[in-house]
Design a protein around this ligand. Structure first.
Ligand SMILES: C[S@@+](CC[C@H](N)C(=O)[O-])C[C@H]1O[C@@H](n2cnc3c(N)ncnc32)[C@H](O)[C@@H]1O
Length: 212
């Protein structure tokens, strides 16, 4: 995909999420759809003591605020490119440093962070570009945890659309491993997100890597 197409896609995604921000925090939606992935990320971070942690595509800031409150790293960052989502995040917590930016061009210098996490958003990213950027801003030994939708079978639009123009790409487990390794990460773990039975149709996956 060209840079111009990517910019157009990012602008459309940003507009959509700014409009969706007011509805996003509904308790039922959060508990059923988003919280299981966030719980897995918190459990992963607990096993890896990190001083500087960033949640990329943080949305309304639920996960970043939990990281700051429960794990108390020295610095917690929440990054998103949607003004509407970031405005809600800023209202949620002053313990997080909120920043605006795309996952593919993060507002951090090289080797700055100890851990990067992202939930329920990676399917929107330019995935090789975002992982290369995560690798740039992580210090050696730094952890990356990506939780994303990864259907067990190809979805109908994936079967018919080979153009690269689908609004989101849901990578398979093998694709995720190849993307991580292509960006220079060593894979630490990969497994399906543990979910209540009635939400298992969502079929998401967490992949955890380390920058050597
Ligand atoms: C479904 S929400 C997920 C929010 C949060 N991570 C969660 O688990 O609740 C998707 C978020 O991804 C953000 N987003 C999508 N593509 C992005 C990109 N390329 N860079 C930064 N943020 C992005 C949107 O603005 C939106 O806030």
């Amino acid at each position: 995909m060209t840079t111009v197409h990517r910019r157009g896609m990012n602008e459309a995604i940003t507009r959509f999420w700014s409009l969706a921000a007011p509805a996003y925090d509904q308790r039922c939606l959060q508990r059923l759809v988003y919280q299981p992935a966030q719980d897995e990320v918190i459990a992963t971070l607990r096993e890896h003591s990190s001083r500087r942690v960033a949640d990329i595509a943080c949305g309304t800031g639920i996960l970043a605020s939990r990281i700051a409150a429960d794990l108390r790293p020295d610095e917690t960052y929440g990054v998103d490119m949607s003004d509407g989502m970031l405005a809600a995040a800023r209202r949620r917590s002053s313990a997080v440093l909120w920043k605006k930016g795309p996952a593919e061009r993060l507002p951090f210098v090289d080797d700055f962070l100890d851990a990067i996490v992202t939930t329920s958003a990676f399917h929107f990213f330019d995935q090789p570009a975002a992982l290369a950027e995560f690798h740039r801003v992580l210090a050696p030994g730094g952890l990356v945890a990506v939780a994303t939708i990864s259907p067990r079978q190809l979805l109908p639009f994936q079967l018919i659309d080979g153009s690269g123009w689908a609004p989101a790409h849901n990578p398979s487990p093998a694709e995720m491993r190849a993307l991580f390794e292509g960006a220079g990460f060593t894979i630490g773990d990969q497994h399906r997100i543990r979910r209540p039975l009635w939400t298992r149709a969502l079929s998401d996956l967490i992949t955890i890597g380390v920058k050597p």
